[in-house]
Design a protein around this ligand. Structure first.
Ligand code: WQD
Length: 327
């Protein structure tokens, strides 16, 4: 298939680009490179544009047909979204509206949207299914929830079909350690663990050990970024087969605590992870992991990589790329 991948220069997007190319798809990346890196998409055509630049976007996409669009382009830092909500609504919601407008103008009807478990807000059940209440507690989650609703309305009105994939905690790096997260910007746990174990920070701060969990630390569902990439192609195949729009949670269905992540990192690296227990981070739920039965049923997809694969790939990437792609 010929795929347009907005945000293809980012962490998850760049893994998607490579996976799609390795599986015979033609890829065009659309990115403003404000956060992504050109190195990550060096082997394909890339269109340098921000989704908010509607005139340039229209000019670049005019007359170009794609079999599908996989849309990653978004701001995704929860903390930043609380401080700058307008930035998140404009970038994530208005940007997506501009993209959808160009898809409709060029008769491109299949979209896979990068959504998030953050749309659920505080879990009312430990295991989260698609019908879990949706009460986002930050503008990031709210912006993704709004886009999901926009896409549902665009299906009803125009027949633009979409699959929203609600990621839980994307983690890990490429098998050859050439793609990964940039710990200079990521606020996620695993890059911070790697920074501590590799001596680039004095200690990992563990945000609370008084949660009602077996070891007292927060539990999340860590899904390997390579498994995530495979889920997106499975989703496009599902749409290309003429199926209806659907929304799926994407996770392993298992929860892992912060201390378990630390223990796995120490076992795999052979080094101690210096860490200190500090106060809880506001808004952190005690545990949150996916009921991923629907995606397995609909796309015949299930994660093939485990926690050790996540930790070892992240360790190899961060060891060789302390400055991310600028290393
Ligand atoms: C995980 C656990 C923290 C950092 C994510 C992101 C984003 C979204 C899913 C897509 C929590 C603890 C963390 C640290 C710590 N996915 N922690 N010290 O909070 O689940 O949020 O949700 O949109 O990936 O928003 O992920 O990695 O920040 O935290 O103790 O330095 O690690 O308290 O229990 P989270 P996280």
């Amino acid at each position: 298939m010929k795929l347009l991948i907005p945000g293809g220069a980012g962490y998850i997007g760049s893994h998607m680009v490579r996976y799609a190319q390795e599986h015979g798809h033609e890829v065009v990346v659309l990115d403003d490179f404000s956060a992504g890196h050109e190195w990550a998409v060096k082997d394909c055509e890339s269109l340098r544009v921000n989704l908010l630049d509607q005139d340039k976007l229209s000019q670049l996409l005019k007359g170009r047909h794609f079999d599908g669009v996989i849309h990653f382009a978004a701001k995704s830092l929860v903390g930043e979204s609380v401080k700058k909500p307008d930035l998140y609504y404009r970038n994530n919601v208005v940007g997506t509206l501009n993209l959808v407008n160009e898809m409709l103008n060029n008769d491109v009807n299949n979209l896979v949207f990068s959504s998030t478990a953050a749309i659920f807000g505080n879990p009312v059940t430990d295991k989260i299914a698609e019908d879990h209440p949706k009460n986002p507690i930050n503008p990031y989650g709210q912006s993704k929830r709004m886009v999901e609703q926009i896409l549902a309305d665009c299906d009803r009105a125009y027949g633009l079909r979409s699959i929203c994939l609600r990621y839980f905690n994307a983690a890990g790096a490429s098998d050859d350690a050439t793609l990964g997260e940039d710990w200079r910007f990521s606020q996620n746990l695993i890059p911070h663990v790697m920074k501590a174990v590799l001596g680039h920070s004095p200690a990992l701060q563990v945000f609370g050990n008084d949660f009602p969990t077996p070891d007292g630390t927060g539990i999340r569902d860590y899904i390997h970024v390579e498994d995530l990439a495979r889920a997106h192609v499975a989703a496009l195949d599902y749409l290309s087969a003429g199926n209806e729009s659907i929304t799926c949670n994407v996770g392993t269905g298992h929860g892992t605590s912060v201390l378990e992540i630390i223990a796995a990192t120490e076992r795999i690296s052979g080094k101690k992870v210096p860490h200190e227990i500090v106060a809880r981070r506001p808004g952190d739920p005690s545990q949150c992991y996916a009921d991923a039965g629907l995606i397995t049923e609909k796309f015949d997809w299930s994660p093939q990589r485990n926690l050790d694969d996540i930790i070892s790939s992240a360790y190899a990437w961060h060891s060789s790329h302390p400055q991310g792609h600028d290393s």
